[in-house]
Design a protein around this ligand. Structure first.
Ligand SMILES: O=C(O)CCC(=O)C(=O)O
Length: 539
């Protein structure tokens, strides 16, 4: 049993006849009502995930193979009748509300289904995974989280709470959720969101966010009541010692120009009338432009980050290894606490700890509270220049559809993370929120001197990534022999022209479409990128 299990054991509500309630008892009573109402709302939402009707409809459709089904229904249908029948029987067992429900058995069978879905997801290249298995992953995981909540409130206390009699449920009072239940629910939901993506169906998306918000609020309530919270100035911060800094700070050789008037018309002029036609629009540094962002102060505060991730329980995907071109590179899904404690706050030089980077992930869809701390820069709504004629990706990038909204990604890691030299299909505003980063940029026309990779084993197209390890070839990494070997292997590289910059917290860097960039964090660092093309919210 988890040591914290039962922390929210139900408190007996005071009867109306109680004489005068002491302040402590009033607080306990208010606490009971708060937790009880939150859990009631949570169970209502979880209950909706056990609705057998859609499954019955699918099974009915599966017996009529010639019927035209909408593509979503067809997708879960393609898992086959036995899987649909199993899901239906699990939902039905939960819904009969028998006191003797074997929650453990239901959870085991859901774990089996999640395993099947997971194996299918690994068996295919990501883009080719048949949609039915992605859908099954989400369906079985959300059902598991729901059953865990019900087990905690019904199974453990043996309360039987008829769903059609809310007043009775409220009188009895919903017990709180144990820490172990919250752990299990978050793990089931987050693994599905990361592996299978957020549900495309708006209703399911709202329901899952609602469940996570309730878990967050229950955690927050407990944290506020129990913790002796130090004032913000005394809390451990990401930008203060003893958090690690990279030992070597590269010298900036050819500084990126400063954008002194960072307005949409000025950016449009810069894109449409570049100083050098042969290069196209060049990168621009926007100093101190994030002053209105709550993230600028909040994200330095480690307890803020932990508390907004349900006490560090939320799972995040991380890249493990020096960089994604490294042979020992891999990906993992870990709790935010593990990421912070083992990789960010702990020196990567410490034996046993490798490098982990929460890279290129939409953390803001995953944890919407963090989205409130940032703002999409106005510059992302400029009318953009097309891909430059010197770009090897001219046709590919020209064919991309117009984005409705910028694509947001978080980049969070310790000192020393490296994004190897690559190019992206969008214009980019890279906002530096915490810490410092070195960025070196090459114009599209330099591509031959960067020795782009090709199609790798397994058919992965790596042609947007350079073979040159800039850390090594420019003396930041490796030993003299390795550095010399790199210079000999890529003789044209020394002729490639570049600009470079060190981004400080509060700065933004405009990276034009098609520019190659090498990015290296010089301290614990948290950045947000905004990819855009002709994103325009005016029509
Ligand atoms: O910050 C990084 O490590 C890489 C950022 C990047 O490549 C991008 O924003 O496109």
């Amino acid at each position: 049993m988890h040591e914290d299990e039962g922390n929210f054991a139900p408190l007996a509500p005071q009867s109306q006849e109680s004489v005068q309630l002491s302040a402590g008892k009033q607080r306990a009573c208010a606490e009971f009502v708060y937790i009880s109402c939150s859990v009631e709302s949570l169970i209502d939402t979880c209950w909706s995930f056990t609705d057998p009707e859609p499954l019955e409809a699918l099974i009915e459709q599966s017996s009529r193979p010639d019927t035209k089904h909408d593509s979503k229904a067809r997708s879960l249908l393609s898992c086959g009748a036995p899987i649909l029948q199993l899901l239906l029987s699990l939902c039905t067992i939960v819904r009969v509300q028998d006191k003797l429900i074997e929650f453990g058995h239901i959870i085991h069978r859901l774990d089996d289904l999640i395993l099947i879905a997971r194996e299918k997801c690994y068996a295919f290249p990501y883009k080719d995974v048949p949609f039915c298995w992605v859908e099954l992953f989400r369906f079985a995981s959300f059902l598991k989280a729901s059953v865990l909540a019900m087990e905690s409130t019904w199974g453990e206390t043996k309360h039987f709470l008829p769903r059609n009699n809310k007043s009775e449920g409220f009188q009895v009072g919903f017990p709180g959720l144990s820490e172990k239940t919250i752990d299990g629910m978050v793990e089931a939901i987050d693994t599905a969101l990361i592996m299978a993506g957020h549900p495309s169906d708006d209703k399911a998306r709202v329901k899952i966010n609602h469940i996570l918000e309730i878990l967050q609020s229950i955690h927050q309530r407990k944290f506020n009541n129990n913790a002796d919270i130090p004032s913000p100035s005394k809390r451990p911060r990401l930008d203060s010692d003893p958090f690690p800094r990279a030992s070597l700070t590269p010298n900036v050789q050819r500084p990126v120009s400063i954008f002194s008037d960072p307005s949409i018309p000025a950016l449009e002029r810069h894109m449409q009338h570049p100083n050098n036609e042969g290069l196209g629009p060049e990168p621009l540094l926007i100093k101190g432009s994030l002053t209105g962002w709550p993230a600028l102060t909040k994200w330095k505060d480690i307890s803020y980050l932990r508390s907004n991730t349900i006490g560090g329980r939320r799972l995040v995907p991380v890249e493990i290894g020096k960089s994604y071109v490294d042979s020992a590179w891999g990906q993992s899904i870990i709790t935010f606490n593990k990421f912070l404690d083992d990789y960010v706050l702990d020196s990567p030089e410490k034996p046993g700890n490798g490098m982990a980077y929460l890279a290129q992930y939409d953390l803001f869809e995953h944890i919407p509270a963090l989205r409130n701390d940032i703002m999409i820069p106005d510059l992302c709504y400029a009318n953009c220049s097309p891909p430059h004629h010197s770009s090897p990706f001219l046709n590919k990038h020209s064919a991309l559809p117009r984005l409705e909204d910028p694509i947001l990604n978080a980049w969070f890691g310790p000192a020393g993370t490296v994004s190897p030299t690559h190019t992206d299909p969008y214009h980019n505003i890279l906002a530096q929120v915490v810490g410092r980063k070195y960025v070196r940029l090459y114009a599209p026309r330099e591509h031959k001197k960067l020795y782009p990779k090709g199609i790798e084993e397994g058919g992965v197209d790596m042609s947007n990534t350079s073979n040159v390890d800039i850390g090594l070839i420019s003396g930041m990494d490796g030993n003299v022999d390795d550095q010399k070997a790199a210079v000999d292997e890529f003789p044209l590289f020394k002729e490639a022209e570049y600009v470079d910059v060190i981004l400080e917290a509060g700065d933004c860097l405009y990276i034009p479409l098609g520019w190659w960039h090498y990015v290296r964090s010089l301290s614990v660092s948290f950045s947000v990128s905004f990819w855009f093309n002709d994103t325009n919210d005016s029509d």
